[in-house]
Design a protein around this ligand. Structure first.
Ligand code: FES
Length: 92
């Protein structure tokens, strides 16, 4: 193991986990599109903040789940209308 040699100021994780058996999942709440929109919004204001898709974050019943690290901010039921607030929190 060795250091990756990259460093982002913050990391925003957007759950895009999909379950094909009909169980609750963020992908069923349009989280793939949400991820793309959050990524585009962040890229404009601060490319040192990384926005990545992730698997299940354990908050399936109240997804879409978004996490902002290293601030340890966990958000549920995230909608497209929340993107400006997510950007604000990521820049704080
Ligand atoms: S499927 Fe998104 S938190 Fe579990």
């Amino acid at each position: 193991m060795k250091p990756a040699g990259i460093h982002f100021k913050k990391l925003i994780l957007v759950c895009t986990n999909e379950r094909e058996n009909g169980d609750e999942c963020c992908a069923a709440r349009a989280s793939v599109a949400l991820h793309a929109k959050v990524k585009a919004a962040i890229k404009v204001v601060d490319p040192s903040v990384r926005v990545s898709r992730t698997g299940c974050l354990g908050n399936c019943a109240t997804g879409t789940t978004v996490v902002i690290m290293p601030d340890n901010i966990w958000l549920g039921d995230v909608q497209e209308s929340d993107i400006p607030e997510i950007v604000r929190m990521a820049l704080a």
